[in-house]
Design a protein around this ligand. Sequence first.
Ligand SMILES: Cc1ncc(C[n+]2csc(CCOP(=O)(O)OP(=O)(O)O)c2C)c(N)n1
Ligand code: SF4
Ligand SMILES: [Mg+2]
Length: 351
Amino acid sequence: MTYIAKPKMHHPMLAPNALGFTRRDYEGSVSTLCAGCGHDSISTAIIQACFELELPPHRIAKLSGIGCSSKTPDYFLGNSHGFNTVHGRMPSVLTGANLANRDLIYMGVSGDGDSASIGFGQFAHSIRRGVNMVYIVENNGVYGLTKGQFSATSDKGSKSKRGVMNHDAGIDLVSLALQMGASFVARSFSGDKAQLTPLIKAALQHHGAAFIDCISPCVQFNNHAGSTKSFDYVREHNEAMNRLDVSTTHAPIHVDYEPGTTTMVTQHDGGVLSLHKLAEHYDPSDRVGALAFLQERQARGEVVTGLLFVDPTAKDLHDSLGTVDAPLNSLGDAELTPGAAVLETLNASWR
Ligand SMILES: Cc1ncc(C[n+]2csc(CCOP(=O)(O)OP(=O)(O)O)c2C)c(N)n1
Ligand code: SF4
Ligand SMILES: [Mg+2]
């Protein structure tokens, strides 16, 4: 029933942002997910982040694969571009769209089944190529849409709703993203809006491949005792190692000056991340350290959340390919077909 549009009436007291849009202008259709599904909370955080960053909705392109998680782009940013692709193929379609029009802000929304099984290769390659995007995996450790089979991110030893034990090792997408060269890597929890919203804002301001693994309990098939992706489990084992404030260039910068507790990171577009350290000795600019920290805390049974790694000087796919500044889809015949003489020179250079 995703065709049911929300009534377009605005509450008269709803505050507009600098563009004159209210939060309502960043919403989408009525969600048809199960009541209490973690994915709906992530949609709410995306809406809030885009509203606060004052992003023009028509400049955002949201792409997804197949799954309950991949249905969610219908429930936010109803005035943005959208492409619901096929299972596991979102990253390649996003890469193509990004190459054709570098002027849009790309957001890929996927599930653990969509990205860690059928789309595993596509996930890895889009990250290693540094596609300028925010890639969010709504990770519930199951195939929710197809009724609760274990996914590749289910932890070894965790139990299904029917009591069956998972014997396969779980894939940690955060570690993989770090190894594949992602320049912004974070993990959060759908039940922690205060942490998730600034992380999405920071990822949207990042230039390069930004990955957020968001634990998002499936209340229908993976929210029982024995699951390591349930609300109770994540609340009990969540180890938040930092908290973010994000300041855009339009807003005054908030800084916590207490010595040794805050790291300031200026992103590509001038936005500033103010990172409050909770875990001692944690350095978000150290990729190898982040991997070691993750392994160490994972061995203790902790689910580490927060901004794990950021490289504010990262290059994206367009930088490595040396493409022109103008979006390729805006070029006319004259730029795309330089003529026989240029072709002859090129051919001669390869003989
Ligand atoms: C090529 C193909 N294979 C299998 C399916 C069946 N299928 C639909 S959704 C899905 C798994 C979705 O899991 P996930 O990405 O974790 O999303 P969730 O529903 O858990 O949010 C599968 C296997 C499909 N649609 N297409
Ligand atoms: S089946 Fe699970 S993932 Fe799908 S909508 Fe319901 S709670 Fe969410
Ligand atoms: Mg899933």
